[in-house]
Each structure stands twice: as C-alpha cells, then as structure tokens.
Design a protein around this ligand. Sequence first.
Ligand code: ASP
Length: 336
Amino acid sequence: MKRRIFLKNASLTGVGLAVGSTLLNCDEKYMKKTSKDEAIIDSGKASLPMVIATWDVKNATAKAWEVLEAGGNALDAVEQGCKVEEANEKGQSVGKGGLPDREGNVTLDACIMDKHGNCGAVVYLQNIVHAVSVARKVMEVTPHVMLAGKGAEQFAYELGFPKENLLTEPSKKAWKAWKKTSEYNPIINIENHDTIGMLAIDKNGDLSGACTTSGLAFKMAGRVGDSPIIGSGLFVDNEIGACVATGLGEEVVKTVGSFLVVELMRQGKTPQEACEEAISRIVNKPNSDYKNFQVGYVALNKQGVTGSYSIHEFFSMTKYQDGKNENLPSNFFNKS
Ligand code: ASP
C-alpha cells in the first residue's frame, strides 16, 4: 500500500490494531510481552549492518543495504537510499513529483548527518531532484550547515547538479484540484505528510542518517518543516543512536523531536520507549490538537535495536537487516 494511502486511510475514528500491534514494530528477539500488552525491548546486540526508514520504502532500503553489504559506509547508504525515493516520480511527498506549495512550486527540504556529528541541510530548494545529495555537499564542502532557496540552488548548479522541473503532470493536476476547493488557511491534513527518513549502521558499527521531503502539500510559499532541521527531523549521535521524524513538521520542531529521542536513549530508554515518550510530549500538551495531525518517529540505538511509534495508525517502518527487507506496522497512540 502506498504511503499516502496509509495516511488517507488513517481515519481518526478508526480503532484498528489496538491489540497486539505493539509487537509489530520492534525487534522481536529483543522484546517480551507484558500483561499490559506493552512491548519491552531488551538491550542486546543486533546483527549489523542494518538500515531502517520511515514508511514502506523497500526499494530505498534495498539500495542502502546494497551499499552496506558491499562494505560501504552508513553515510553513503542513507544518501543512496534516499535518492531512490527522490527520483521516484510516483511518490508525491519527496523529490521529483512532490506536491507543490500553494503557488504551484515544488520546494524540497533535506538534511544528512554523519558519525562525527557533521551535518548539512538544504531548505526551500527548487529545480533539483536530489536534495539529499546537495545537503551532503553543504556538509562536506562548505563552512556552513544549511543553505536555503536560491543560494542552495545556485550552489547545486555550481557543483553540476542538473536543473529539472519537479512538478509532474499528476502533481500539477492535484494542485489545480486543490486550488478549486481549498481556502488559503493553514490546513492540518494528515493526508499530506510523508517524508523519507533513513538511519543506517554500517559494518564498522558507525551510524548516519538522512531525511528528504517536499514537505507539507500545498503549504504556504516559503514554509519549511522539521525535515531539514537538525535535532527536529533528524539527529544522529554515534555513541548513542539516531532518530528521524515524519508528519506535521511544526509539531516536531516545537518538541525538538529527534534530538529528544536520542537524549532519552542516552538516559537509558530503549528506542521504542524513547519514541513513545517523544510522541507523548506532543499529545499531552494542554489543548493538543493531535487528533488532527500525524507525527511518527523511527529510531535505533548503537546496538541496532529499533523502535517506531506514531500518533495515529498506519505509520510504518521499513527495516533491512539479516538479508531481510520488511515493512513493519508501527504501534500508535490514538486507539480511540
Ligand atoms: N515532516 C514533513 C514536513 O512537515 C512532512 C512529512 O513528513 O510528510 O515538512
């Protein structure tokens, strides 16, 4: 099932996988079931290398796995993996074919972070398919962490990235249809969220992560989400673990979500517990409007133990480990 369809089907009134679903998103060999039907992940050493990603992106994790299996490093793996989705025109949330903003412009946000804590990001990037690779170049060849808009685009051209029209016919059609019916107000619509975030551990046990998106569909011109913001959309600490987010970026930014998850793991929480705590910070805010938006996290620790959790049903994590490439439904908060 396509990622966007997952979200479309995430009826706010649906009950779904309340029982037993807690077991679906974790490393089974590291967990046991409690009487409260909670997943507990024991610490242990998982088999390396491995890669995980937000949503059902098995082609992307397969590419990353290919790099890792051949002895490549985690940084190359996550970049190559994300590029698969950026080039996939059918995915209307990432790279080419992404849904545009309200003016009809496709604008991309991406970031990448390596085992040394180096990072690079691009925001509001237009006309370039592989935003994640431009983010990597920001990290590697500039003294900066983030480039925006025209500056980022110019930088990419100087490095030889080709100029491409990112607005495909189906996305243009969807935008035109949206213009007819929608008001010019911020719309919190859970159909519109899905970013590719990827985390990998290579054969040396080193971590890297990347995140790439066209952001919230039909966003206000100039809007930037969580995905390129280090600490919000992505955070990697090679000593501890890594986390990447998807969903309504504004809510992730307000809670500095990915950094929070990694810090909670530093304090001893399992990746699963840390993801659940980060979601609880969002949903337990006074007057939280969480019924009207989705946020999901996937995380792994240095040992390769993983976790994933979201506010609503139909979020999932793809994991490639031990030669097995699987999409695992995530447990979620809103069971009502
Ligand atoms: N997190 C992204 C953003 O807010 C959207 C998404 O995950 O689809 O830009």
